[in-house]
Design a protein around this ligand. Structure first.
Ligand code: MTE
Ligand code: MO
Length: 320
């Protein structure tokens, strides 16, 4: 039996503006029924995770302070968007079904030599660090997370892309047997796998981060184990989880959200409070775990670092 228990920090579904709304009203109903946060707790993180000894990683002093309190781990692990495991925020228990070993990442496209690498071998080739980043979901909620991982640039350098590679395309697993959200649902099937993309310049930017840990340990399954990215100046849907493929391509990738609804989820998706989403304002955000509503900042406050990436692109839809 599912009992919908109200937790103090939980944003009532009636106050959020879910990305899933356009799918069908029925998806909302299914989402409500799926909010089973009560008792989920912090999922017991695989004592078996062979990467556990790598954490906590050393804090990078450039990103040691996000200007706001770190969001409590409990909220982060139990309030997620991970549609592979369902459309509600309460997918943490279901996401425990994610099998994170063996985990292989294919690197292909316009590279010197395509290869596949296991997550633990990849972790041996990079230097892990901790960074405290703000995260802003397009649904107008936000959080602050102590991520661990390595600059995306390091992965690009391992891949050795050719000069004609213009974009990086990321892909999540597609395994409907493991991930119930990938099965045909009440509202049809979403166009799996989850895909997202960046320009090479964005991928090489120091802020672009590959996440393998959070809160001083391997990243929780609900947050995209064993490897995701985080792009703190963009809306959250760009920060793809549980990556199995990284491709260097010539054409601009079309993300899964863009494929679903191009008018609402564009390629650039840089945070801008002055540009409303077609269905809601982006002027402010609800800070998870605090009950607080604060103004949203352009580029989520990272403009001094990233604004120059977009000079000359003013005619593009940079903020949706
Ligand atoms: N594969 C995959 N990646 C994903 C998503 C998803 O549903 N599937 N949701 C995105 C959205 S909309 C957000 S806001 C963040 C949420 O990350 P969190 O659950 O760690 O807060 O992950 C992004 N990455
Ligand atoms: Mo999001």
């Amino acid at each position: 039996m599912l009992i919908k228990r109200k937790l103090g920090w939980e944003i009532p579904e009636s106050q959020v503006t879910p990305q899933a709304v356009f799918l069908n009203r029925r998806s909302l109903i299914a989402g409500l029924a799926g909010v089973a946060l009560a008792g989920a707790g912090t999922p017991a993180l695989a004592d078996a995770d062979p990467s556990q000894g790598l954490y906590p990683a050393k804090l990078n002093s450039t990103y040691k302070d996000a200007g706001r309190a770190i969001t409590d781990e409990q909220y982060n692990v139990n309030y997620n968007n991970f549609y592979e495991f369902g459309t509600s925020k309460g997918i943490a228990a279901e996401a425990e079904k994610l099998r994170i070993r063996p985990w292989e990442i294919a690197v292909d496209g316009e590279v010197d030599k395509p290869f596949t690498i296991g997550i633990d071998d990849l972790l041996k080739k990079v230097a892990l660090e901790e960074r405290i980043y703000r995260h802003r979901c397009v649904e107008a909620w936000s959080m602050v997370v102590p991520w661990s991982g390595f600059p995306l640039k390091s992965l690009v350098e391992l891949a050795k892309p050719k000069t004609d590679a213009k974009y990086v395309r990321f892909e999540t697993f597609n395994d409907p047997e493991m991930a119930s959200g990938q099965q045909p649902g009440l509202f049809g099937t979403m166009p799996w796998p989850y895909i997202e993309g960046l320009t090479m310049a964005e991928a090489m930017h120091d802020l672009a981060f590959v996440v393998t840990g959070a809160y001083g340990k391997p990243v929780a399954k609900s947050m995209g184990a064993p490897i995701r990215i985080h792009l703190p100046w963009k809306y959250g849907f760009k920060s793809i989880k549980s990556i199995v493929k990284v491709s260097f391509v010539k054409e601009r990738p079309i993300g899964m959200w863009e494929q679903l609804q191009a008018s609402e989820y564009g390629f650039w998706a840089n945070v801008n409070p002055a540009v409303p989403h077609p269905r809601w304002s982006q002027a402010s955000e609800q800070v998870l775990g605090t009950g607080e509503r604060i103004p949203t900042q352009i580029y989520n406050g990272y403009g001094e670092f990233v604004a120059s990436l977009y000079t000359g692109l003013e005619s593009e839809k940079l903020y949706m």
